[in-house]
Design a protein around this ligand. Structure first.
Ligand code: HPA
Length: 293
């Protein structure tokens, strides 16, 4: 029997418990991708909570990746950062990958910044180390049956049939561009459509050709569950893919994609991304410092 999706009350219990342990009331949530966890280290006045110390919070099964929420200030903005996220390929049900976003919602979070490592499919447009603003996605895992919102709906989070044509905030993308320009990095900022595949296998050449044909610019194994749920919950969302490898579409190629390469590129660009995100947070806060409608 499939594990049942968390109810509103269960999420509320988790959020209430967290609020009983901290006086911080973040308006911004941050989820960091592979090799990009350094964002949490930028926070000041931090307070950390291991996932395992929060009754009911999903826990990571990966050894050595305990996972924790880090509360603190980035610039003057109160944030909550997930250090360690839940990937579908690890075996979690898809709704569980996004449940922390619902917890954030009940903590009062109104904006979400998500980063990931992704493979570049559109090689005419994307280079290694580029920062791709996610302007749209193909929820391949979702449209084939694993949508994070499948199952009972609670209108206190959002509507039964949410639209997904405005998941990614154009205003936040604009602020990110300005921030990148300030850092002299506008030339590595691109935009495109992110396709979520299940993983953990890297994609075969035939799959990559197919993804390209249907309009994907980059591919990864995360992010979409969280951004779909954040948008459904009424948050403003910024998604950024760091292009850590160029996908190998040629079946004759002897190169292989590998995790070491992904981490190496992520490390190379991590500091730049951190600086741009920091400025984006400073300059974009009016976009999520909004009262509920
Ligand atoms: N495919 C899927 N996920 C990824 C890749 C890739 O090439 N690179 C980083 N994450």
């Amino acid at each position: 029997m499939e594990e049942e999706k968390y109810s509103y009350d269960k999420i509320k219990d988790i959020a209430d418990y967290i609020q009983s342990r901290t006086s911080q009331r973040p308006k911004l949530g941050i989820i960091c991708g592979s090799g990009l966890g350094g964002l949490a280290d930028l926070l000041t006045d931090t307070q950390e909570m291991d996932y395992t110390s929060i009754p009911g919070f999903p826990v990571t099964t990966v050894k050595g990746h305990g996972g924790k929420l880090v509360f603190g200030k980035l610039e003057t903005v109160e944030c909550v950062c997930m250090k360690g996220r839940f990937h579908f390929y690890e075996g979690y049900p898809i709704w569980k990958c996004a449940a922390p976003v619902q917890v954030m919602k009940l903590l009062g979070v109104k904006g979400l910044i998500v980063t990931n490592a992704a493979g570049g499919i559109n090689s005419a447009k994307l280079n290694l180390g580029d920062l791709m603003l996610i302007t749209d996605h193909i929820n391949l895992v979702g449209v084939t049956g694993n949508n994070p919102l499948r199952g009972a709906n609670d209108e206190r989070f959002g509507p039964r049939f949410p639209a997904t044509n405005a998941v990614y905030s154009k205003d936040l993308q604009e602020v990110f561009r300005k921030a990148a320009d300030d850092q002299g990095l506008l030339s590595v900022v691109k935009e495109g459509t992110y396709l979520m595949a299940s993983g953990p296998t890297y994609e075969s050449p035939a799959e990559l050709k197919w993804f390209k044909m249907i309009g994907a610019d980059a591919v990864g194994m995360s992010t979409v569950p969280e951004t779909v749920v954040a948008s459904y919950c009424g948050m403003v969302v910024l998604g950024i893919s760091l292009i850590t490898n160029i996908c190998i579409v040629d079946i004759e190629s002897t190169d292989t994609p590998n995790h070491a390469e992904v981490l190496e590129t992520a490390n190379m660009r991590a500091k730049d991304l951190l600086n741009i995100v920091r400025l984006t947070v400073r300059w974009g806060q009016h976009l999520w410092n909004i009262e509920d409608k």
